[in-house]
Each structure stands twice: as C-alpha cells, then as structure tokens.
Write a protein that binds this ligand. Structure first.
Ligand code: PGA
Length: 251
C-alpha cells in the first residue's frame, strides 16, 4: 500500500498579478478557505518576488509562501538576486528550483540547479524541484533517461535526511501552459519511476511528495489527483483565478 502523505498544492504565479490584484484575489480566496476544512493539505503560493512579504502577511500558518527564485550564496555582489536568509527572515520557507522556464529563458543549467538544491536544504528552506522533458525527448522515447539524469544531477549529493523538505514536481514541458495534459498512464508511469529512483538514491519516499504540473485546471484536477504516486499539483495559469485554484485544492 502507498503511504498516506499530505497532498501538496503549489500556485506558481510566474510574472503575473500586482499588489492590488493580489489583494482582490485573497479576498475571494479567504472566503472560500473559511468555509472548508483543508486538513492534510499543504498549500504554497509562489508569487512574484515583490509580493512575497505582502502575501505572507495575509495568511495564518495554514498557507505558506515560496519564492520562484533565490541565489545560492550568503550575501554580496549578486545584482538582482535574493538570498535564503532574506527569505527566511520574512517567513518565506519554500523555493522553486529547476522550473523549465528558468532553465530555458534564464539559461539555468544543471550545475546551478544542483548548487541551489544543496544551498536551500542546508539553509532550512523547503524545495519544489522541477523536472520535465520536452516534446522531442518524449517522442524519441527518451523521457525516463532524461528525467533520471535531471534527478541524479540535482540530488546525488543531498543528504537523505532532508527528505521531508523535498517535493519533486514532474512537469513535462509540452504540457506547461499549452492546455495539453499528459495522460493518466504517462503521469502514473513517470511518478512511479521517480519514486523508485528516489529510493535508489537512498531517500525515504514516504517523506517526499511527487507532484504533477502542466495544464492542471479545475476540471481535470480530480482525475490527476487520483493517479497512484501523485501527491499533489503545481498549478500555473489556473492558480491565477482564486476560485479555480480553490476547486483544485478541494478536488
Ligand atoms: P500551467 O503551468 O499550469 O500554466 O501549465 C504550470 C507550471 O509551469 O508550473
């Protein structure tokens, strides 16, 4: 039997919403939230950087806030970057690492992703580590080899005692923002593969959540969340609408 884990729901806002729009968002979200009991669910918002502290101030302990980026150094001359200490002091306890948009638009390589993973975990941040293949890799049947390489590169030097601070997001690039969701079979197969690989790396997989991302919405969330080895979702576009994101969490 698969272990029971708290389901994890991440809202990746990317470069969307302003302070005024976020204020309206949370008025609606709080009303929905107040009428439902969401026990055994972990909810983390990843807003743009300048909204982090504001959003953190809107919530009690039930909802967490995470940063879409940080730099793996203590402090110093790293223009445009933010450190783990800065985030933690403001109550920001999660970070996204390895998102395909940062890998492609910002040229983040496996070597930087590995440094970020090690730095975040050693500095008490929780991580959502993203992995995912593009369409040509999938069409060539290379997706498992590719994902295994991404996972190994990011986690091979991580001490397995950090397991409970790690969430792995499987996000096939061809499904992100395209409306094209992977099939239940494709998702189930890859999540099981990830689970086995994490075990081989020495991690206790009853402590690591493996979540799916890529065109998750209010209509398909229930089906996706019922697939074995799927411990939650990372949601982009649909998380920008409070009712849709709430429906996904409630599915
Ligand atoms: P999407 O984005 O839900 O808009 O496909 C998911 C993500 O990039 O994390």
């Amino acid at each position: 039997m698969l272990p029971m884990k708290n389901k994890f729901f991440g809202a990746n806002w990317k470069m969307n919403l302003t302070t005024s729009k976020a204020t309206d968002y949370f008025k609606t979200f709080e009303k929905l939230f107040a009428t439902h009991s969401l026990t055994h669910k972990d909810i983390v918002f990843f807003p743009p950087m300048q909204l982090l502290a504001f959003i953190h101030s809107q919530f009690n302990q039930n909802i967490k806030v995470g940063s879409q980026n940080f730099y793996p150094q203590k402090q110093g001359a790293f223009t445009g970057e933010v450190s783990a200490d800065m985030l933690l002091e403001d109550g920001i306890s999660w970070v996204l690492i390895g998102h395909s948009e940062r890998r492609s638009h910002l040229q983040e390589q496996d070597s930087l992703i590995k440094q970020k993973v090690l730095w975040a975990l050693e500095n008490n941040l929780n991580i959502v580590l993203c992995c995912g293949e593009d369409l040509s890799i999938r069409e060539n049947g290379q997706e498992k080899t590719f994902i295994q390489k991404q996972l190994l590169s990011a986690l091979e030097e991580v001490n397995p005692s950090h397991a409970s601070k790690i969430v792995i997001a499987y996000e096939p690039i061809w499904a992100i923002g395209t409306g094209k969701v992977a099939t239940s079979e494709q998702i189930g197969e890859m999540h099981q593969f990830l689970d086995h690989n994490l075990s081989s790396l020495g991690f206790n997989t009853s402590l690591i959540r493996i979540i799916y991302g890529g065109s998750v919405n209010a209509q398909n969330a229930k089906e996706i969340l019922s697939i074995p080895y799927v411990d939650g979702t990372l949601v982009g576009s649909a998380s920008l609408n409070p009712k849709d994101f709430f429906t996904i969490i409630d599915a």
